[in-house]
Write a protein that binds this ligand. Structure first.
Ligand SMILES: C[S@@+](CC[C@H](N)C(=O)[O-])C[C@H]1O[C@@H](n2cnc3c(N)ncnc32)[C@H](O)[C@@H]1O
Length: 205
């Protein structure tokens, strides 16, 4: 099954709170975004947002320049419906992040929770990182959350790559300076725990 088809199938057949990555709020992501990009005019993008409520929480905290992308139109439509009229304040994108282009739009903070770790093909990771290079302003931040060294080997039936801060940073290479990392535990709706690595770096000025 192709990537887009896989994720469409997930979001068409599962309730928003019945997927392993579900959390009512992405508290860790929100806290770090507010810390790294405290200016409410900062352009923030959520990569592979799915149906997560991070965009709602960022709107609640008065962020003014929000963008969201996911490969699944079903997930994007669900989030738009949930937000109602507020959805008009967000730039919505549907597409595969390894083949996407945001055009002239640039971001001050790039957030990805549980998307990059699905890229098992080095060429796909390279394409992703090239897009980060084109799309994040100098001095901007890249905030990544992947499965950690003791995290699961699969998610949603797909293989993943697990990272520690150094191996994730090595993927990004020159032009990115590692600023911090944290290991956290995600409690899935199924009652299991998953180790996540949060890692953030800054794009050279
Ligand atoms: C495990 S879910 C995480 C969703 C959300 N970030 C969260 O933390 O709740 C992975 C998400 O990435 C999206 N996705 C997977 N591959 C993608 C790709 N190549 N381009 C864009 N989105 C993708 C999926 O549709 C799904 O919503």
């Amino acid at each position: 099954m192709q990537t887009a088809e896989h994720w469409e199938n997930v979001y068409r057949t599962k309730d928003f709170d019945a997927v392993s990555w579900y959390a009512p709020h992405l508290g860790e992501s929100l806290r770090l975004i507010r810390q790294l990009a405290p200016d409410k005019t900062a352009a923030v993008v959520d990569i592979g947002a799915g149906e997560s409520t991070l965009v709602d929480d960022l709107l609640h905290h008065h962020y003014l320049d929000l963008s969201v992308i996911d490969i699944s139109v079903t997930a994007i439509d669900f989030s738009k419906q949930r937000l109602g009229a507020q959805a008009e304040q967000v730039g919505w994108h549907v597409g595969d992040i390894t083949q996407y282009d945001f055009g002239s739009k640039k971001f001050d903070l790039w957030h990805d929770r549980a998307v990059f770790h699905f890229l098992t093909d080095p060429a796909a990771r390279q394409a992703y990182i090239e897009l980060v290079r084109r799309s994040v302003n100098p001095g901007g931040y890249v905030l990544m959350a992947t499965f950690g060294p003791n995290g699961p080997l699969k998610c949603s039936g797909l293989d993943v790559v697990r990272y520690d801060a150094q191996s994730l940073h090595n993927e990004f290479g020159e032009g990115f300076s590692l600023q911090g990392d944290e290991l956290t535990m995600h409690h899935t709706p199924m009652g299991t725990d998953q180790q996540f690595l949060y890692c953030w770096c800054r794009v050279s000025q």
